[in-house]
Design a protein around this ligand. Structure first.
Ligand code: MIC
Ligand code: SF4
Length: 656
């Protein structure tokens, strides 16, 4: 039987298991990436496991999320990351050099390789035929030490692209259309593999906008085949030799198919406050816009900003609208500056930011109260922009720029009609992605100054092995689609404690209930209760580690998002699936008891657990876990488990 592109890469990298959907597989990782807000824990855990040298072909440490360094704690984190990269053998991308996904695709991403990253948008280079997966930091640390990465074999869905995009419709509209149809849960347990005649009409950067935001579908990854467009992009970034042809076999079998006719697409927009709340721009038109931001790992590339620059050329941003451009990489910034576009945009009223995630997680450019902000980003979860009750819309750079010119949400086709001389800017790649390389320090050039830890950088707390008996209060009951931004928000006041777990834990779930952390600490153990898709969004393992630190024993939810579920195992928290009726009947404050001898039952492979509520009624919780995950859970989390394995074997941290 023929193979899909995903199966081809996976079979080349398979070290354990079979490529059967739902089965756990172990794969070898070629490249890893990590960033500043998840990276400190990655290296602290790498160190705690007794590892001393990177074993993957390539490891890259980026400093991109909090580059303004408002607090010495951020600066100390960056210094620690530089020293860790140097000590253990990773590339180091300096603060301000750009967003990890943008810099990685320009410098290292390559077809037919596997990439694991401690950031949920790691699948971005899927647009170049790389199989890239986001995970918690501990999984990245293990992979860096030479251990396999374990993941449930996803179903492979064929996304067949037909036709060609009409004027003013963009790659962003393709992924927004996918979100409109499938929702933020639609990709859980799936890899979206793009095929069909529409593929060759899209340049590699356009493909990477789609694979980047496949994360918002909840997908394990998204990938394109490789072809002349891939080769062309790799040549322009100066790495033509990395090209490999990768196409699905003609008789490849997919588990499902979605067809998108590109020629039927129009400019779309995701309304507040979920990326799947998608409508045609014309349905949202007329709302006054106070802020427009172009940037992020989704649409912050040179190719994304150039159309905006062309649309702004000789025009002025509306007087009551602020327009900010934050290029995704310093190279993009440098190129736009050298070509004169930066000056044109500034003259039009644009405010330039350094190359950073920044506003995407509420660090800088926080919208005003009761105002609309239009962003070319990938997430608009409530409060993520840095203000509660925000009104953040997600759209393409073209829609964002048209709206900045008009001062209200407008379909660029309608603005073109109003202005007469506004031409569709189209998409143009530079001859060569040219820029200074001074901000990437290779492992051989690193300054050897040991691990430099500031006073805010603590140890990673460990959990005891699983108890035989679990009982405690349902400390918090939550709705569907709770994001990791709810569990551990990423705004500046909180982000600076990412390397200090006792302090960071004080903010756990504060966005849902600001008494939670105190109540959790006071109670002796306890549970979280949630609806569907609990823990969607970011890969931050702090969203499992902090509840663990506060004494939470487990989460009872209708379903879990993939990365967060893995993080719960990694930190020894019991993730039990409950049905809708149980979810409805359990109230916050109820007493929850897991009746079975939990440690024994988890190790032995038991799937159904009896949950007794208020010593009054019972329901069943399902533990859907592999043998490996069960051992990790029972040992009190992956760090304890891997340390033990490593000591026993004296070798690589294989955690099986
Ligand atoms: C995000 O987009 O939410 C982040 C911030 O990039 C996170 C990583 C983090 O929490 O540090 C992600 O997507 O994994
Ligand atoms: Fe950075 Fe935003 Fe991309 Fe996350 S989604 S990596 S915060 S730009």
């Amino acid at each position: 039987m023929g193979k899909t592109v995903t199966e081809k890469i996976l079979s080349d990298h398979l070290v354990e298991g079979e490529l059967e959907p739902g089965e756990e597989i172990g794969i070898e990782i070629d490249q890893v990436l990590t960033q500043d807000t998840t990276g400190t824990l990655v290296w602290l855990q790498f160190e705690a496991m007794g590892l001393n040298e990177i074993q993957t072909e390539l490891a890259a440490q980026y400093c991109d999320h909090q580059t303004y360094q408002f607090d010495f704690k951020n600066t100390d984190d960056h210094r620690f990351l530089r020293s860790a990269a140097g000590t253990f053998g990773a590339y180091f991308s300096r603060p301000g050099n750009g967003i990890c996904h943008n810099v990685h695709r320009e410098n290292f991403a390559a077809p037919n390789k596997t990439l694991l990253g401690s950031d949920s948008h790691t699948p971005t280079p899927g647009g170049l035929g790389q199989l890239a997966i986001g995970s918690g930091g501990l999984d990245v640390a293990v992979a860096m030490g030479g251990g396999a990465y374990y993941v449930e074999m996803p179903e492979i869905v064929n996304v067949r692209l037909e036709g060609e995009l009409p004027e003013w419709a963009t790659a962003k509209d393709i992924i927004l259309e996918m979100l409109r149809r499938l929702s933020v849960k639609g990709g859980v347990g799936k890899i979206f593999e793009y095929t069909g005649p529409g593929v060759e009409t899209l340049t590699a950067p356009e493909r990477m906008t789609i694979t980047n935001m496949g994360t918002e579908l909840g997908a394990t990854s998204s990938i394109f085949p490789t072809d002349e467009q891939t080769k062309d992009y790799l040549e322009r970034v100066g790495r033509g030799e990395d090209y490999e042809k990768l196409q699905p076999d003609e008789d490849a079998q997919y588990h499902d198919q979605v067809t998108v006719d590109l020629s039927e697409l129009e400019p779309l927009i995701a309304k507040p406050s979920m990326p799947d709340n998608v409508v045609p721009v014309r349905e949202a038109a007329g709302a006054e816009v106070e802020q427009v931001v172009i940037g992020s790992c989704t649409n912050g590339g040179y190719e994304d900003i150039l159309p905006a620059a062309k649309m702004l050329d000789g025009r002025t941003v509306n007087l009551t609208t602020e327009m900010i451009v934050a290029p995704g990489s310093k190279k993009a910034s440098e190129m736009l500056a050298r070509q004169g576009w930066t000056a044109e945009m500034m003259a039009a009223g644009v405010n330039f930011s350094e190359s950073t995630c920044g506003a995407c997680i509420g660090i800088g450019h926080v919208p005003g109260s009761d105002s609309v902000s239009l962003r070319t980003f990938n997430r608009n979860f409530e409060g993520r922009s840095g203000i509660e009750d925000d009104n953040v819309y997600l759209c393409s750079p073209e829609v964002a720029t048209a709206s900045a010119l008009k001062g209200e949400i407008i379909d660029p086709r309608d603005l073109a009609e109003e202005l007469n001389d506004l031409e569709p800017p189209g998409l143009e790649l530079p001859e060569e992605y040219e820029g200074a390389e001074s901000d990437i320090i290779g492992p051989d050039d690193a300054v050897d100054d040991g691990l430099v830890k500031g006073p805010n950088i603590g140890d990673v707390p460990l959990k005891d092995p699983l108890d035989t008996h679990l009982q405690g209060e349902a400390l918090l009951k939550m709705d569907d689609n709770i994001t990791t931004d709810h569990i551990i928000p990423a705004t500046q006041d909180i982000l600076m404690y990412r390397s200090n777990i006792p302090k960071l834990s004080e903010f756990t779930l504060s966005r849902v209930d600001d008494t939670f952390a105190e109540r959790a600490l006071e109670s002796d153990g306890g549970f979280l209760v949630a609806g569907e898709n609990y823990g969607q969004g970011s890969s931050r393992e702090h969203a499992a580690l902090c509840p663990m630190y506060l004494g939470i024993e487990g989460v009872l939810a209708q379903s879990f998002a993939r990365i967060h579920r893995a993080n719960l195992f990694n930190f020894g928290l019991l993730p039990l699936e409950i049905d809708e009726k149980a979810y409805e009947n359990i109230e916050q404050g109820d007493d929850i008891e897991i009746v079975d001898d939990i440690a024994k039952a988890v190790r032995s492979g038991q799937e159904e657990f009896t949950i007794r509520v208020n010593d009054d009624w019972e329901t069943t919780g399902i533990l859907d876990a592999s043998d490996r995950e069960r051992q990790i859970l029972a040992d009190g989390g992956k760090l304890a488990h891997v340390k033990q394995q490593h000591e026993e074997s004296g070798g690589a941290p294989a955690d099986d």
